[in-house]
Design a protein around this ligand. Structure first.
Ligand SMILES: [Zn+2]
Length: 456
């Protein structure tokens, strides 16, 4: 190991001006937390797994002391000798029950907690508590990734966040700040942080705003990229300094990824959830393989209830969040399917997830019980009908509901063309219902996924 700051953009006044000090407390604490994360996730596997085992015991001791719900799940088992497979799987409705009956398991005097909820479009969102430590960890983990990969800290970070706020003229609000490195902004001269909160952005106004600064790291929902660049031409992005595409909120389709790679822009997805934060991050050497964020979670894949997609057998992803002291998530069925391997082709000695498919994102269920991947780029829909937004939902085994937003009327020819496009992609067995609406009622669904199956 060689620690050397000669290549790092240290600020001229990076160091402390106080007596007997080197680096001020806040950036020092943050930097040391980044080193913790990197040491656990990239270091010796036995040390990592021992740490995880001890953290699991700590969490179970805490849950057993504070919660009747968890005492019952742990039962008569001795926590010292417990292994995860001794515990039952935790479902969404189990979490709802625990939170409703017991609230947060952290006394408010010890560490601050706050209530959060998932943004499911159907049914009741799952509510849960997170602690201040979880919020801090999420910030550290997201910055740590850039250090672990040796990324250029001087590039800008351009982030898109869906927002339910009232629409502005351009359909977005932009906020710019001096850095994206959190407390390390005082130590390093990083690029700017530019955040777009958007509902339905106006393409011309958005491009005008984007062209003002080099884009750098682009964190964006793939469906938004597809709708902005429906003709498939992403030259605007590389001409304006996009150095990395970081898809967020949903998986990017193969052809979208290929377009970026062909333009010389690497794609680096991350897999995360609102309940637990970072789950896994795409390998920089082996695309579509995700190193598990083992400083945060233990991942299991349960193959007893598996589905076959293409030539891959995928199991249910079970997540144990090691720092979930407010609302424990232990063996939580997060609703996604994936395959789990013991190592990565890049040489990383740790668990790797691949073929990750979200239950409600990109899989469609057929009446014979089989499951297949459903993809529909915005470009194909926009070729048929000019619209601002769309939502596709599988609402029953043989039914797909399509809403076309921002247009008053869809002609009979357009309906026929859309129906045949959907039948070609999903299968002839489906009844396709097409509805034109002024604007789509997304409810609390901030992810605004183009497609969801409500059947799986
Ligand atoms: Zn790897």
């Amino acid at each position: 190991m060689r620690i050397d700051f000669s290549e790092v953009p240290l600020k001229n006044r990076a160091f402390s001006e106080k007596p007997m000090s080197f680096v001020d407390e806040e950036p020092k604490t943050f930097l040391s937390a980044i080193i913790d994360v990197a040491a656990i996730e990239t270091g010796n596997r036995t040390a990592r797994e021992h740490w995880q085992h001890k953290q699991l015991q700590n969490l179970l001791e805490h849950a057993g002391q504070r919660s009747a719900f968890w005492r019952e799940r742990i039962g008569a088992k001795k926590i010292k000798g417990i292994s995860l497979s001794d515990l039952p799987i935790l479902t969404r409705s189990d979490v709802v029950e625990q939170v409703e009956t017991e609230g947060s398991l952290l006394p408010s005097k010890t560490i601050a907690t706050s209530k959060h909820a998932t943004s499911g479009s159907s049914g009741t969102p799952v509510q849960f508590f997170i602690s201040e430590m979880n919020a801090r960890y999420n910030q550290i983990r997201s910055v740590a990734q850039y250090f672990m990969e040796g990324c250029d800290l001087t590039l800008n970070n351009t982030v898109f966040k869906p927002s339910l706020r009232k629409r502005t003229e351009g359909g977005f609000v932009v906020e710019k700040s001096a850095g994206w490195l959190g407390p390390l902004n005082s130590l390093f001269q990083g690029g700017i942080y530019k955040k777009f909160s958007h509902s339905r952005p106006n393409r011309d106004l958005l491009f005008k705003e984007l062209a003002k600064d080099p884009i750098g790291y682009l964190v964006i929902q793939p469906s938004l990229v597809e709708s902005l660049f429906y003709d498939g031409d992403i030259s605007f992005l590389y001409e304006n300094g996009t150095e990395m595409f970081i898809p967020t909120g949903e998986a990017a389709d193969r052809d979208l990824r290929d377009r970026f790679v062909a333009a010389g822009i690497p794609v680096r997805a991350n897999y995360s959830s609102e309940e637990v934060g970072c789950l896994a991050i795409e390998c920089s050497d082996c695309p579509e393989n995700f190193h598990v964020a083992q400083s945060n979670v233990i991942i299991e894949v349960d193959n007893r209830d598996s589905v076959v997609v293409g030539s891959n057998r995928l199991g249910r992803v079970l997540v144990t969040h090691l720092h979930s002291y407010a609302t424990p998530f232990v063996r939580y069925d997060i609703g996604d399917f994936a395959t789990l391997s013991e190592g990565c082709g890049c040489g990383h000695d740790g668990l790797v997830l691949s073929n990750i498919y979200g239950r409600k994102k990109r899989l469609i269920k057929h009446s014979d019980g089989s499951v297949s991947r459903f993809t529909m780029g915005a470009g194909r829909i926009l070729e048929i009908v000019k619209c601002d937004e769309y939502r596709i939902r599988q609402t029953a085994l043989n039914t797909i509901e399509v809403e076309i937003g921002g247009t008053d009327q869809v002609s009979a020819d357009q309906i026929a063309a859309l129906k045949s496009l959907f039948k070609e992609r999903a299968g002839d067995e489906f009844q396709i219902h097409i509805n034109a609406v002024r604007s789509i009622d997304w409810g609390t669904d901030t992810k605004r996924l183009g497609f969801r199956s409500e059947v799986l």
